[in-house]
Design a protein around this ligand. Structure first.
Ligand code: FES
Length: 157
């Protein structure tokens, strides 16, 4: 955790945190909301949550590292998620990841140098009939072949 830039919470987020301050289970709710607004949990955001909820920073890191849902690094402008659920895996999900890695020059969990793309492997995204599936932001691509990867990347470049 080396990132030190200070992030500013929106007034809505600050209100949300105040509303949840004394409720049970508040930490996870608040972290979800922070990630929703900022795309990840930065060091600065974690510091602010610790102060506002009056909980130790170590508790926050404990929650973040336990739940894989939370991200500690800023995702790319376009987050590419390749489904590695059973159906997609059997239909070549791994080869899509390899091709994306090759073309974007990043591994899973990394962000391209220009910040435009990040790459993730995810569990079943719920449209197995379209396997193998990948998503770019909210857009879903089904029955994807390795040969289509270049043109998918191009659409978002
Ligand atoms: S396994 Fe990929 S969508 Fe279900």
């Amino acid at each position: 955790m080396t990132e030190t830039n200070t992030v500013t919470f929106s007034p809505e987020l600050v209100n949300f945190i105040k509303t949840w301050k004394n409720k049970p289970g508040n930490l996870i709710m608040v972290l979800h909301q922070v990630q929703e607004e900022h795309g990840y949990i930065s060091r600065s955001a974690a510091d602010q949550v610790a102060e506002m909820l009056d909980v130790p920073l170590a508790t926050i890191w404990g929650v973040i590292s336990f739940y894989h849902f939370f991200k500690l690094t800023k995702p790319g402008k376009h987050n590419i998620q390749v489904c590695m659920g059973t159906a997609c895996y059997l239909k070549g999900g791994q080869s899509l990841i390899e091709e994306l890695s090759k073309q974007l020059k990043i591994g899973v969990g990394e962000v391209t140098e220009d910040g435009n793309f990040s790459l993730q492997a995810v569990r079943c995204v719920g449209c197995c009939g379209l396997a193998p599936v990948l998503t770019v932001g909210t857009e879903v691509f089904g029955k994807v072949t390795k040969d289509e990867i270049a043109s998918i990347i191009k659409q978002f470049s």
